[in-house]
Design a protein around this ligand. Structure first.
Ligand code: ZN
Length: 94
């Protein structure tokens, strides 16, 4: 994951999640819902929906959903993709 994230940072010249989202053409919208999930990534509409009720830093939510975006280039099952998104946040932000 470290190598993948380094590649992303090099490609976009930043580790800022808002800038990365803009560069890949992913729109960010903000909503509030019962906090079962922290956010959603809608691939068809290239939109990240952030749950303002999640109690998690917005940057982390967006990084997680960007992880789902970047996971698409690999052939992962749901559990693997979730793990990928979690690790993406850890390496990019923490
Ligand atoms: Zn996820």
């Amino acid at each position: 994951m470290e190598i993948f994230v380094e590649k992303v940072i090099r490609e976009f010249g930043t580790r800022d999640v808002f800038e990365i989202a803009e560069r890949i053409g992913v729109k960010i919208v903000y909503e509030s819902w019962f906090p079962v999930t922290i956010g959603e990534f809608d691939n068809r509409n290239k939109t990240i929906c952030v749950n303002l009720n999640a109690g998690v830093k917005l940057e982390k939510i967006i990084a997680h959903e960007l992880g789902h975006f970047f996971a698409q280039e690999f052939n992962l099952n749901k559990a693997e993709e979730e793990k990928f998104a979690r690790e993406f946040v850890e390496v990019l932000i923490d």
